[in-house]
Design a protein around this ligand. Structure first.
Ligand code: HEM
Length: 251
């Protein structure tokens, strides 16, 4: 059966990868675009009940979809590379591979935010909601935990708007491919990675509160509303596209 051939297995893994990615991104956008604005308008009792019954379940599928996306993504590369079909040699030095590798870097940072920032802090928020719902005292640390989770989640929304076009466009063409299939010079590749690593380190440091702290405004303005996060994500996508259009594409 073709499914058990290398190509067949890779195809199946790619489908599994997209299913997991759709679930992860879908829940990420639900939490950021729908739940957070709605919870801000809800009565405290209704919000606590929603944290208890809805957010708890959402976070279960959210964090495991993140793990499944990473796992299947690694397998798509691992399985495929065995006989040197696509992801070997200088693949990751060419425009398509550079875009895919940058997206993979952001995806790992996003998964770190899910498991090491969002999930632990949301557990504090949900435990507080359940305790207050049961007539207990409010935990004074809960608002800080909620802010930490919200900033990391908004940062993931920003990265997601580059990762998806890069994943779809990366391997086989699409948005980033006006720059052709030629191997760019070492200087262009170095400049690309300096930009990508600079964006990754500065934005993640900001999301963890290491640059603008936790208060709204300042460098945190990109997290203060879901529309600010969307505009910032589209701007990131635009800057990287322009780099390929006018730097990679012209040398
Ligand atoms: C936020 C996380 C991620 C999302 C939303 C995502 C989404 C996607 C999507 C939609 C595709 C297109 C499928 C296709 O065109 O056939 C794709 C392809 C791919 N993804 Fe991901 N992915 C994510 C993370 C990762 C990670 C962490 C890896 C590797 C470790 C990875 C490796 C790949 C590979 C190798 C492909 C095939 C590219 C090609 O050759 O066309 N992805 N991904």
């Amino acid at each position: 059966m073709r499914l058990f051939s290398e190509e067949g297995l890779n195809g199946a893994l790619r489908i599994a990868h997209v299913i997991a990615a759709v679930m992860w991104m879908g829940l990420l956008w639900f939490f950021n675009l729908i739940q957070t604005p709605a919870y801000a308008e809800m009565d405290p009792a209704a919000r606590n009940n929603a944290f208890d019954k809805l957010t708890w379940r959402g976070l279960f599928w959210f964090r495991h979809a993140a793990l499944a996306t990473l796992g299947t993504g690694l397998l798509v590369i691992g399985i495929d590379g065995a006989d040197g079909m696509l992801y070997d040699g200088d693949y990751f030095q060419k425009p398509g591979g550079m875009v895919l590798a940058a997206a993979i870097l952001f995806a790992f940072i996003m998964a770190y935010n899910v498991w090491m920032v969002i999930w632990p802090n949301q557990q504090t928020v949900i435990a507080n909601a359940r305790n207050v719902q049961a007539g207990g005292e409010a935990n004074p640390d809960a608002p800080v935990a909620a802010r930490k989770a919200a900033m990391a989640s908004r940062q993931n929304t920003i990265f997601s708007l580059f990762v998806i076009p890069a994943m779809v466009g990366g391997g086989t063409g699409g948005l980033f491919f006006s720059s052709g299939f030629e191997l760019p010079g070492g200087g262009v590749r170095l400049l690309f990675w300096l930009i990508i690593l600079g964006v990754a380190v500065l934005m993640e440091a900001n999301a963890l509160g290491a640059i603008g702290g936790r208060d709204p405004g300042g460098t945190n303005i990109i997290y203060d509303t879901h529309t600010n996060a969307i505009y910032t994500g589209l701007a990131l996508l635009g800057v990287i596209w322009l780099f390929f259009e006018f730097v990679v594409g012209t040398v």
